[in-house]
Write a protein that binds this ligand. Structure first.
Ligand code: ANZ
Ligand code: ZN
Length: 858
């Protein structure tokens, strides 16, 4: 085809100077406060939120990806007619600031606010459409005040409490960790192995909400399955029974009035108990061995176990260690004596912290029994077991040991189990129900639902966090700071570098008791920073409120968040805590919904070009500036969204980035060509009935690809949305190459140019804004334009392409009308391959309707 685009002289097309236009528009958008949320109650609302960052150093590629996704969503939602809330802020408390302050002899606040300043500059440079009026940092006293207020409200309701128990202490971070923050047995932040310390700590009662947190996962249709599965798993609902065993006195014979209660999912195996196990840190176990010849071995085991993480302790492969206590307990159903052991595979904080050892049915108990020569009485068998025929009707205990090398499979039939013999056993089996009923009837057991989830340990022995607003008085105990004295402000003059800590800061902790007026001491622990991020999304709805955490009506307008975007690493941390916090606020009457985030998108990782995770220590970090500086923010945003679907990991690809930049330049040129010599003041509308053949093709592509792009956008598949725009640019390019500027269809050219520019606006906003104003000669921001509407009918082609073969070989293609007659199809096909059949005799023409024509000629 002839290239006729030369009738637009190249000098009429300005060069695409990304830096210049990006600076220009950022300034104008700022001045016009373009991204200020305008609350129009007549429009449907959409709250688009990216997880706010921790302000360490500058932003990295993961942030850039997170925000490019969110920004594209927010901008498109606005163009689709929504009233959009799209805020940003900083999760600004936390250890790195404190460590940096110690290292550089500066203030954590100073370091933090400097980093925030840098991050905001970068966000700005990327052209994100945040409403900066709503920005806040969790370390602002105006914000953390309300976190303290909420803590006190929880304390009043019994949802915040203090208890002494063995907790995970990270020796490197010098603070305790919540259970969720010990990942694979290590500190989530630094990777050290936590130690167990017995400390008095503050907790939030998330376990009160365990069942609701579990049930409501089913409501979250817009969440990825794997995140929900992780939460289900973490909550760990277990159905079983508590069974009371009676403690036998030191004489080994006389029952006492003390009970040891176990938790089991397998009450059906009660006849097979051959020992009882307590965990080494059990104070009850200590009491049993105190002053006996068993105490020394016990103390050794207790010490040794402190070094092992709870994950390792439960592992089936790890060697088990145990000691006998010298004492016995009585099996409630058989009346037999059961020796009490202490072993490291039992945990203090699960169930009742005591286990009935059934070596026949549980592999860990089996291994333990083998190691310490304890009997393994068979009480559950499968029909193919060699003992089955012998024992199937046996009710009393006869065979007390087996020669197996592993425990029985989970399901089978009960033997040697009194009246329950012959019943089918297993988790939730009829035998479990029958035995549990027996225990309930005899008042020595009860059905019980158990959760793996533990209460959330929120106190931290570090400075840079929200102070727990409590005062300890020797007379009155723990007393909350009166509301009119909130916030308890963090002192900002500690010399952290010289080793100052909050716990030693007299000006901070010395106070008087609000109740009795005696001298008293403030709590010097600060709250886990995950408390700060558990409700920040609510504060964005009303960020400057100094009377209450937020206005309920404003929250009602915006919440829940419609699209929440962030990393999968928060699956059981932030995303569980926020759900809990929301439910607590709901029960306090502050909000009236159950779940904070309707749709969740967990973006994939940005890896280096070898597919490795980017990290400072590996030296393979690609900073956003390395793309933004040479190519501009729009190329960066386009590349991030184009290289992969948002949920997938992608490897950083220099060539793809350069390719995206070339596309912007090419599309820029096409838009200019489409607008050249056009009457932009009177664009007119496309009338599909008056288009010529070439125009028809372009119009059909416009509608087809526009619809496709819209659908992909609505499903957050930006990469395929972008491919549709690229295809449309190609179609437009074919049209301008084949036509003279003066002869082009005015309305069609301008509609295509408009559509390209509008559909690119959520992705490359500066590029679009410039073309919108300069090439299309429009006034007002492209950000305020409605998304283009397209027509399904005009997207249908009325012609189809068929393949043309000569003697079975593909020789060409032909365009025919969909409803063309056989004769027309044959004639068109012959023309398309005229060169191959010239001078030959045609013997036969075979037409496969809608697909191909084969011409037999020689
Ligand atoms: C007897 C038994 C027999 C058990 C059998 C299992 C199989 P889930 O399903 O995870 O809730 N257990 C209870 N408390 C424990 C603790 N503090 N530390 C370690 N293990 C504990 O697991 C429940 C089972 O884990 C319970 O059922 C108990 O062992 C063990 F053939 O009791 B089972
Ligand atoms: Zn007092």
């Amino acid at each position: 085809m002839a290239d006729t685009s030369h009738d637009t002289p190249e000098e009429n097309i300005p060069v695409y100077d990304a830096r210049k236009i990006e600076e220009k528009w950022q300034k104008i958008w700022d001045n016009e406060q373009l991204y200020k949320t305008d609350t129009d109650p007549n429009k449907p609302k959409k709250y688009v939120l990216e997880m706010f960052p921790y302000p360490s150093g500058d932003l990295h590629m993961g942030h850039a990806r997170n925000y490019s996704i969110g920004d594209a969503m927010a901008r498109q939602a606005r163009m689709r007619g929504y009233d959009v809330l799209h805020p940003m802020g900083f999760d600004a408390f936390g250890l790195p600031a404190e460590n940096a302050a110690i290292k550089h002899h500066t203030q954590a606040a100073k370091w933090t606010y400097e980093n925030i300043h840098n991050a905001v500059t970068t966000m700005h440079r990327m052209g994100f459409s945040y409403d900066y009026n709503r920005m806040f940092n969790t370390c602002d006293p105006e914000y953390y005040k309300w976190g303290q207020w909420m803590f006190i409200e929880m304390w009043k309701r019994g949802l915040a409490y203090r208890k002494t128990s063995p907790v995970n202490w990270c020796p490197h971070c010098k603070t305790v960790l919540a259970n969720e923050q010990v990942v694979d047995g290590r500190c989530w932040r630094c990777g050290s192995i936590p130690e167990k310390h017995n400390l008095s700590q503050w907790y939030l009662k998330i376990t009160d909400y365990a069942q609701e947190l579990l049930d409501d996962l089913d409501k979250l249709k817009g969440w990825p399955e794997n995140v929900k599965a992780q939460q289900r798993n973490w909550i760990g609902r277990s159905e079983g029974a508590e069974i009371d065993f009676t403690l036998i006195d030191k004489d080994g014979k006389t029952p006492t009035d003390r009970k040891i209660t176990v938790y089991t999912t397998r009450a059906d195996t009660l006849f097979g108990v051959s020992f009882m196990v307590l965990p080494p840190e059990s104070d009850f176990a200590l009491e049993l061995v105190k002053g006996t010849l068993y105490e020394e071995d016990y103390q050794k085991l207790r010490k040794a176990t402190e070094q092992v993480s709870s994950v390792d302790r439960q592992g089936t492969n790890r060697e088990k260690h145990g000691v006998f206590t010298g004492r016995y307990t009585q099996n409630p159903v058989t009346g037999t004596n059961v020796p009490i052991w202490v072993a490291d595979y039992v945990l203090l904080d699960y169930g009742t912290g005591a286990v009935m050892g059934v070596p026949c049915g549980d592999q860990r108990d089996f291994d333990f029994a083998r190691k310490y020569h304890l009997p393994i009485p068979p009480i559950i068998l499968q029909k193919n077991d060699k003992l089955y025929d012998q024992l199937k009707d046996q009710k009393e205990m006869k065979v007390t040991d087996v020669d197996w090398d592993q425990a029985m499979a989970a399901e089978g039939y009960l033997v040697q189990s009194g009246e329950f013999t012959g019943m089918k056993g297993g988790k939730r089996s009829e035998a479990v129900k029958a035995v549990t009923k027996w225990l309930e009837d005899h008042h020595c057991g009860r059905a019980k639902v158990q959760y793996r989830l533990r209460d959330w340990l929120i106190s931290r022995q570090r400075y840079w966090g929200n102070p727990i607003p409590m005062i300890h008085c020797d007379h009155c105990g723990d007393v909350p700071v009166p509301e009119d004295q909130l916030p308890v402000k963090l002192p900002e003059n500690l010399n952290l570098g010289a080793g100052d800590t909050l716990a030693e800061c007299k000006e901070f902790y010395e106070t008087t008791c609000p109740k009795c007026g005696h001298p008293a001491k403030r709590i010097t622990d600060t709250m886990d920073t995950f408390t700060d991020s558990s409700w920040y999304f609510l504060r964005y709805c009303d960020p400057h409120n100094d009377k209450e955490p937020f206005d309920k009506k404003k929250v009602q307008r915006w919440m829940p968040v419609d699209n929440y975007i962030g990393g999968i690493e928060h699956a059981i941390l932030h995303l569980l805590y926020s759900r809990f916090w929301t439910k607590v606020l709901r029960d306090m009457g502050l909000v009236d919904f159950d779940e904070p985030f309707t749709n969740l998108l967990c973006q994939g990782m940005v890896k280096d070009s070898n597919g490795e995770t980017m990290s400072k220590s590996k030296g393979n970090v690609v900073p956003p500036s390395s793309v933004v500086d040479p190519y501009g923010a729009d190329t960066m945003r386009l590349a991030i969204l184009f290289i992969a679907p948002p949920e997938k990991d992608f490897s950083w690809d220099e060539d793809a980035v350069a390719g995206c930049n070339r596309f912007l330049k090419r599309a820029w040129r096409i838009v200019w060509l489409l607008c050249d010599q056009r009457d932009t003041a009177n664009p007119g509308t496309v009338n599909p009935d008056t288009l010529d053949k070439q125009e028809k093709v372009l119009n059909q592509e416009l509608n087809r690809l526009g619809i496709k792009c819209t659908n992909e956008f609505d499903h957050t598949q930006f990469n395929t949305a972008i491919s549709s725009i690229m295809e449309l640019v190609n179609a437009a390019s074919r049209y301008v190459n084949a036509t003279k500027a003066a002869e082009r269809n005015n309305a069609l050219c301008l509609t295509v140019a408009r559509t390209i520019v509008l559909m690119m606006a959520p992705i490359a906003p500066h590029w679009s804004e410039e073309l919108w104003h300069e090439a299309l000669q429009q006034t007002g921001s492209v950000y305020n334009e409605p998304w283009p509407t397209l027509d399904e009918k005009q997207a249908q082609s009325d012609t189809i392409e068929i393949a043309v073969q000569v003697m079975g070989k593909l020789r060409g293609h032909a365009q025919v009308a969909k409803d063309a007659s056989k004769g027309v199809v044959e004639e068109t096909a012959k023309k398309a391959v005229a060169h191959y059949i010239e001078g030959k005799t045609i013997h036969k023409v075979i037409v496969v309707p809608g697909r191909l024509v084969n011409i037999v000629a020689n």
